[in-house]
Design a protein around this ligand. Structure first.
Ligand code: HEM
Length: 495
């Protein structure tokens, strides 16, 4: 008898709980009723929204911003879609970008950056510069780093960029003799890792010549973990993914262990000899004023952050240059002519040379437009705002996407074509484009913009110029040209 009573209570509780969930979803959806949105048709859609559409799209070797772009074309410059228990707002309106990132300076969305900091409960980027949400703590930390990334300070590293570039060219020369295919992303990725290791931490990794270097593997797995967790919040419930997640967690632990060991060595050397060559780390150590600035776990967070932020992004930007140049013969020829006339056979490229590589600059910028390595970032509105005459409630998740913006016909005519001339001020086509800080922002904008953009631009242009200076190439016709997102955008097989 008593067990029947318990069962009745259980049913009642279940009913109340179900009603509460339905009400919660109903209220959430109602707040955005006035905004255009992809249709939800049935009871499953009511709870999951576009979850299955998104997952199907991604499983076809595509990336979420491409789906958002399609929706932008259908639903206009501001729309919303449901992703399980969240409503995601996307805008491709210049004024809206200005409002979100500059005027209101809305904070990063904590839930998203928590995944980047601690995916699957494992400390990865922790509370480093990318992931710190608390504005005051972030400001204090960023001020430690700012000096080392100023244009004139970065330009002092030109010898290191040349040296890493030359090692890469030497290696590729040997590969070219064999006339077989190579994966250019892997090569750029190792070069970028060696460059950031040397310039930021005075570490000689030489992963260019040691392809078995484990560090790359750890980083790659960690980034894959971020993408999995962000695109599928339910992934931990899938038994078939258990081993993969275990492997990812182990890679992250290995990465942090490696970082802790290297940092300990560097700091110990510094204490014993009072000497440290001029690096980004030495800058931090000498500028640190409090123990909090030197918190060892925080230093590891930043160490890992710089390896990741400084490597994959630039390597992918360079890879997309080759990806596009291999498909645009006229652009490639024009680029070759410029590089031949500015550099000739020069091995050491100077900062003055780089500033004369005007078309190279336009090619690199156009690659960043068409394929921004960081295709989107998240912000949360802290108050109600109005965009394109539509009210957007407080606590809205904005997916701010340089990709969606840069593929908008309104600002970039022929947006799917690779036309570097849009970035040449004296060229008539540049006048047809509307390139402003709010339509073109591959490095984000506002206070939380990319601290490494001068670094990336110098490294990218210099290495691209060296590559074109030395090699003719064709794209392997058997490869897929699909682009996917593994935290950064990348051609699926690396070109
Ligand atoms: C083409 C190459 C690069 C691109 C496209 C790029 C893009 C970006 C973007 C879009 C953000 C903002 C992310 C967000 O709001 O969540 C960012 C932040 C950041 N980037 Fe880059 N980045 C590049 C290269 C680099 C390099 C070379 C470094 C370091 C040497 C670097 C270090 C950082 C750091 C530390 C942040 C966080 C800044 C802060 O919040 O204070 N990035 N980057």
């Amino acid at each position: 008898m008593t067990s029947f009573i318990y069962f009745d209570y259980f049913l009642l509780l279940l009913l109340v709980f179900s009603l509460w969930i339905v009400l919660k979803f109903q209220l959430m959806r109602k707040k955005y009723n006035h905004l255009p949105s992809p249709k939800t048709n049935n009871i499953v859609d009511f709870f999951f929204g576009q979850y299955f559409t998104v997952n199907k799209f991604l499983s076809e070797n595509n990336f979420i911003e491409n789906l958002q772009l399609k929706w932008s074309k259908r639903f206009g410059s501001v729309y919303v879609y449901q992703f399980i228990n969240q409503m995601i707002c996307v805008t491709s309106e210049e004024d809206a970008i200005k409002k979100i990132l500059i005027e209101k300076d809305f904070p990063k969305k904590p839930e998203i950056y928590k995944i980047v900091g601690y995916p699957f409960g494992e400390r990865f980027l922790g509370r480093g510069l990318v992931t710190e949400i608390d504005k005051e703590k972030w400001r204090k930390r960023r001020s430690l780093f700012n000096h080392g990334f100023k244009k004139n300070v970065v330009s002092e590293s030109i010898d290191h960029f040349n040296s890493k570039g030359n090692i890469l060219i030497e290696k590729l020369n040997k590969a070219a003799d064999l006339k077989g295919p190579i994966c250019i992303f892997d090569e750029f990725n190792r070069m970028a890792l060696d460059a950031i290791a040397k310039i930021a931490f005075d570490l000689e990794l030489d992963s260019i010549n040691k392809p078995e270097s484990k560090l790359n593997g750890f980083i790659g797995k960690g980034l894959h973990g971020l993408t999995l967790k962000m695109t599928d919040p339910l992934i931990e419930m899938r038994p078939e993914k258990r081993n993969l997640i275990k492997d990812i967690r182990q890679s992250i632990r290995n990465l942090r262990k490696f970082s802790a060991e290297r940092l300990t060595e560097i700091i110990k050397d510094f204490e014993e000899t009072s000497y440290m060559s001029k690096t980004i780390l030495s800058n931090i150590l000498s500028r640190a004023k409090s123990n909090d600035d030197l918190d060892f776990e925080l230093l590891i967070d930043d160490f890992v952050t710089f390896f990741i932020a400084g490597q994959e992004t630039t390597a992918n930007a360079l890879t997309f240059c080759i990806f596009e140049l291999g498909q645009n013969e006229q652009v490639l020829n024009k680029l070759k002519i410029e590089i031949e006339s500015v550099l000739g056979g020069k091995k050491e490229i100077s900062n003055e040379d780089v500033s004369r590589l005007v078309y190279t600059n336009a090619v690199f910028k156009e690659a960043l437009r068409k394929w921004p390595p960081i295709a989107a970032f998240s912000r949360t509105t802290t108050e109600e705002i109005e965009i394109c005459g539509k009210k957007i409630p407080a606590n809205t998740w904005f997916y701010v996407s340089p990709f969606v913006m840069a593929r908008s016909e309104k600002y970039f005519p022929q947006p799917d074509e690779f036309i570097p001339e849009r970035f040449l001020n004296e060229h008539p086509f540049s006048k047809e484009n509307k390139i402003t800080s709010y339509t073109y922002f591959p490095f984000s904008l506002g206070p939380r913009n990319c601290i490494g953009q001068n670094f990336a631009m110098l490294e990218g242009k210099l290495v691209l110029a060296k590559f074109i200076q030395h090699f003719d190439f064709i794209l392997d016709p058997n490869q897929s040209l699909n682009v996917v997102e593994r935290t950064t955008l990348k051609p699926v097989y690396g070109v």
